[in-house]
Each structure stands twice: as structure tokens, then as C-alpha cells.
Design a protein around this ligand. Structure first.
Ligand code: DC
Length: 209
């Protein structure tokens, strides 16, 4: 029988890192819905056209190796810039963007057992998920992790700037009118501030049993 795990939470809480590991352990497909909003934002930035026009005719594909394709072209790296992060949070406010991506996400979840991460998966996209996790951490800890990640990649960054960008995205994502970041009533709250990746994975696997 197909199973569905929904993982929601703010930027930098570790959703994609732990979801990928859980997917591999359980043999589920991992679906990164943030990457889909990022692909829309990248297309807006590249084309200079408004989100409404861009989403009318867009082809977004995710493969088993978490690679992202926009209109047939791989954009896995291009969607990870700070500019695209901001743009993704901006386009995510629009009902027509959310409707299009929600339909795609539901179609993907109908194909296989999935672990899907995002902001509105447990509340809007897959309200009947078998397990819902709300993964969070303090803004300082999330900024620290993002900062370390950038450092490892050799990207120069300013900690205060990283913290500000995360706070701004938290605010935008949780205060928007349509499908804001929210914990579903039946979700399990996991605060990863003082937990390792392994500890979070172990807890999700235990809950999934
Ligand atoms: O998870 P992420 O940081 O890659 O997501 C990028 C942005 O996309 C995030 O700031 C808000 C938006 N998003 C959303 O509105 N709904 C989702 N299910 C996933 C992401």
C-alpha cells in the first residue's frame, strides 16, 4: 500500500536533509516542493515575465536523484542562490502559482510512496498523509546551519545577513494569505535545535512504523 509522509517547517530547519535520508531508508520517493517554487522564481527572473504568464506554460520535473529540470533544462544548482530564495517566497504568495504546483504535487504523490517537504503539505497539499511532521528550530540555529553550509561550499557570507534573510522568509511564508506555513493539527512537532540529523531521522522512522 502507498504511504505518504508530509514534512513542513520554516527555511533551514533541515527538512530536505532528513527527508532525503528517510526516503532512502524506506524506499520512498523524496519530493522537494520548495524546489518547484524556486523553479518558478528562476523562470520569472530569467524571462522577465510576470509569474502569472510564466506558470501558464511551465514544465517542472524532479528526478530520483533530487535533480530539478525547468522546461527540460537542469537547474539544480541555479535555484539555490539567495536571489532565487527570495523570489520563491515572493511567487509563493500567488494563488495561481500555488494551484498549479499543488496539482503537480498531488499527481506525484499518487504515483508512489512519498515523503514530501514544504510549507503547506500537511495542511493543504496532502491533508490525508499517513504521518505529518512539523520540523522547526530557532532562527539562530537555522541561520548558523545555513551559514556553515555556505562556508563549506566556499561561498562568502555574512552571518547577520543570513539570519535576516531567514527571518524575512519566515515572516513572508507564515503571514501570506493563501496556504501559509502552518503546523497541521495532527502533525508531530519536532524541534531540531538541539538534535543531530541522525536523531531527527531516527525519530521520524520510529513515528513512521
Ligand atoms: O523549502 P525552500 O526554502 O526551498 O522553499 C523556497 C520557498 O518556496 C519558501 O520560502 C516558500 C515557498 N514554498 C511554499 O510556499 N510552499 C511549499 N510547499 C514549499 C515552498
Amino acid at each position: 500500500m502507498k504511504k505518504i509522509i508530509a514534512v513542513d517547517g520554516p527555511a533551514g530547519a533541515g527538512k530536505s536533509t532528513v527527508s532525503k535520508i528517510v526516503a532512502a531508508q524506506l524506499g520512498y520517493t523524496y519530493i522537494d516542493t520548495g524546489a518547484m517554487y524556486r523553479a518558478v522564481a528562476l523562470k520569472v527572473l530569467q524571462s522577465g515575465k510576470p509569474a502569472e504568464v510564466v506558470t501558464q506554460d511551465i514544465d517542472i520535473k524532479l528526478d530520483g536523484a533530487a535533480r530539478v529540470f525547468l522546461d527540460g533544462v537542469e537547474v539544480t544548482k541555479e535555484i539555490r542562490t539567495p536571489e532565487v530564495s527570495r523570489g520563491a517566497s515572493d511567487v509563493a504568495k500567488f494563488g495561481f502559482v500555488r494551484k498549479k504546483l499543488t496539482e503537480l504535487q498531488r499527481a506525484m504523490a499518487a504515483q508512489a510512496s512519498v515523503i514530501m517537504d514544504g510549507r503547506d503539505i500537511g495542511t493543504q497539499v496532502l491533508p490525508n498523509a499517513d504521518l505529518k511532521i512539523f520540523l522547526t528550530a530557532t532562527v539562530e540555529e537555522r541561520a548558523r546551519r545555513r551559514f556553515e553550509e555556505l562556508k563549506l561550499k566556499g561561498i562568502a557570507a555574512d552571518f547577520e545577513q543570513v539570519r535576516k534573510e531567514i527571518s524575512l522568509r519566515d515572516k513572508q511564508d507564515s503571514e501570506r494569505e493563501i496556504a501559509p506555513l502552518a503546523m497541521a493539527e495532527d502533525a508531530v512537532l519536532l524541534d531540531s535545535t538541539n538534535l543531530t540529523i541522525e536523531e531527527v531521522v531516527t525519530e521520524i522512522l520510529r513515528l513512521a512504523q
